[in-house]
Ligand binder design. Structure first.
Ligand SMILES: Nc1ncnc2c1ncn2[C@@H]1O[C@H](COP(=O)(O)OP(=O)(O)OP(=O)(O)O)[C@@H](O)[C@H]1O
Length: 258
């Protein structure tokens, strides 16, 4: 199995706050990995460091065997590492098709070049293709504001998939999405992911979604990975149930405890 992402000793501090500390993980090609943890556990900090949005305080990151620490999001995108956001980063007052064409244009050029046409036939073809795969072609010429939340999430993930990445990091793909829309959204994303053979790491608070779509889980608490393993094993872990899923209450210490 080929290693695609490896972090060693990855840490990030904000003054006295330890947002992430000594994260050592290795992900192999084709894995679908869930990242779980309570609020403030360090999940987004970890994703931000890996995708070039936040410089680590220390540690190393390798993608496809090459060091990537210090590279910005755009360079990482060109190497095949992309992401989506908890709150979709979209131009709300532009048509869906233009959001895709602009994303492609800005990924292709070092600086967004205002005088070049954005809607080229090649970009439109790529955009139409991904809209179809994500089942949102019906919104092609609508403003983003006309889309329900689930469809906006799909558009944001479609943008992340545009440049044919090798690995996709999704920050809470189902947050803000209604119960009825959640499974349809995840089925659509996973079908596109499997068709393209992508490796995926996604942050998720909903344990039903985690159980249904991932094979491996990283559980974060207080900036540290407390458990990394197969989904059933991690979700059954006592410490994970106490600190992350809330399935088990932490037992009060008795007098005899040191
Ligand atoms: N820019 C920042 N400045 C200061 N502290 C920060 C900053 N970003 C994150 N933190 C702190 O780092 C810790 C980890 O935050 P992070 O956002 O990574 O957690 P999270 O697991 O993604 O939480 P959530 O599930 O709420 O999104 C928290 O204590 C948070 O307050």
């Amino acid at each position: 199995m080929t290693e695609i992402l490896k972090t060693e000793g990855l840490s990030r501090y904000f003054g006295a706050v330890t947002a992430a500390e000594d994260i050592n993980i290795t992900i192999t090609e084709g894995e679908i990995v869930g990242v779980i943890g309570s609020n403030g556990a360090g999940k987004t900090t970890f994703i931000n460091m890996v995708t070039g949005y936040l410089p680590p305080s220390s540690g190393t990151i390798a993608f496809g065997g090459a060091p990537i620490k210090g590279l910005g999001p755009r360079k990482l995108m060109r190497k095949g590492l992309t992401r989506s956001f908890q709150i979709p980063q979209l131009f709300l007052e532009l048509p869906v098709i233009d959001n895709l064409a602009i994303a492609l244009a800005s990924a292709e050029h070092n600086q967004f070049q205002m005088l070049r046409p954005v809607r080229t036939p090649r970009r439109l073809a790529a955009a139409d293709n991904i809209l179809e795969q994500m089942n949102i072609s019906q919104y092609r010429d609508e403003m983003v504001t006309a889309m329900p939340q689930g469809a906006r999430k799909l558009l944001d993930i479609a943008i992340a998939m545009l440049g044919n990445p090798k690995m996709l990091l999704l920050d809470e793909p189902t947050s803000g999405v209604s119960m009825e829309e959640k499974y349809t959204l995840m089925d659509t994303v996973m079908e596109a992911v499997k068709r393209r053979g992508l490796t995926v790491l996604f942050v998720e608070h909903d344990m039903e979604i985690v159980q249904r779509y991932v094979t491996r889980v990283l559980a974060f608490a207080s900036g540290v990975v407390i458990k990394d393993g197969p989904v059933d094993e991690v979700l059954a872990d006592k410490q994970v149930q106490e600190l992350v899923t809330g399935k088990r209450k932490k037992q009060p210490e008795t007098e005899g405890d040191a």
